[in-house]
Design a protein around this ligand. Structure first.
Ligand code: CA
Length: 232
């Protein structure tokens, strides 16, 4: 006798713990999980850190969907604990919070992915599916925030030139040329046109000039360069 073929839900990592204090959001996530093929019995809902801790300490988990703003504390604490208990647990943050502190805190604590509640059901569903497939979905808004926090890698700005260390205060011939145009009041676009380079390249040069001169604006760059005798 052949054993029955596994149903779809047997293939889905279960059980799933949903930590969410907002009843409407719980309902939404129940529907999304249902749409992914999860049986109701495979899902446990917790409304607080306390409830989630009590459940997780007595039950194995395959995936946790975690809200951060919970009545008895921050979901980041729970993520840290769950991650310490099980390095392979799938943890997706579904939160309304998009502050640097929440995003980096959750990812450092061991969250697998992070999606904002404001996304529609389809997007939330795609994020969960991505987690189930071994991905690490990051909400596009959050991805942009994270990229903005990364320092610009000096060696990657000028692919046409061999990488070299940025020496504070020492401008290359190209940079001096660009700074000269900046001092004449040309916009990035005009500088790019005049030097026949892309606007992106022009902006990269200008950022590099700012860094070398330790300034954050065109006017300051020009003033600083004049003070240092780099510009007439
Ligand atoms: Ca909440």
């Amino acid at each position: 006798m052949t054993p029955p073929a596994p149903s779809d839900e047997n293939l889905l990592p279960a059980p799933v713990l949903v930590v969410e204090d907002d009843p409407l959001m719980r309902q939404r996530l129940a529907l999304v999980l249902d749409g992914l093929g999860y049986a109701r019995e495979a899902i446990t809902f917790s409304q607080s850190l306390g409830e989630a801790r009590a459940y997780a300490s007595n039950n194995p988990l395959a995936m946790a969907l975690v809200d951060l703003g919970l009545p008895d504390g921050n979901g980041i604490e729970l993520i840290e604990e769950l991650r310490a208990q099980d390095p392979s647990l799938l943890i997706l943050v579904i939160s309304a919070w998009s502050t640097e502190e929440s995003i980096l805190g959750a990812l450092r604590a061991g969250a697998t992915g992070y999606v904002l509640k404001e996304r529609d059901d389809l997007e939330v569903s795609l994020s969960i599916r991505s987690v189930l497939r071994g991905g690490a979905p990051i909400d596009p808004f959050i991805a942009r925030r994270i990229l903005a926090l990364l320092p610009v890698a000096a060696d990657h700005i000028e692919p046409e030139e061999p990488p070299r260390p940025v020496e504070a205060g020492v401008l290359s011939a190209r940079e001096s040329e660009i700074l000269e145009l900046v001092s004449q009041g040309l916009t990035n676009r005009e500088i790019a046109e005049q030097l026949v380079i892309s606007r992106y390249t022009a902006e990269c040069h200008i950022k590099r000039i700012y860094r070398k001169l330790a300034v954050s604006s065109r006017t300051r760059a020009v003033n600083e360069a004049r003070q240092r005798g780099l510009l007439p």
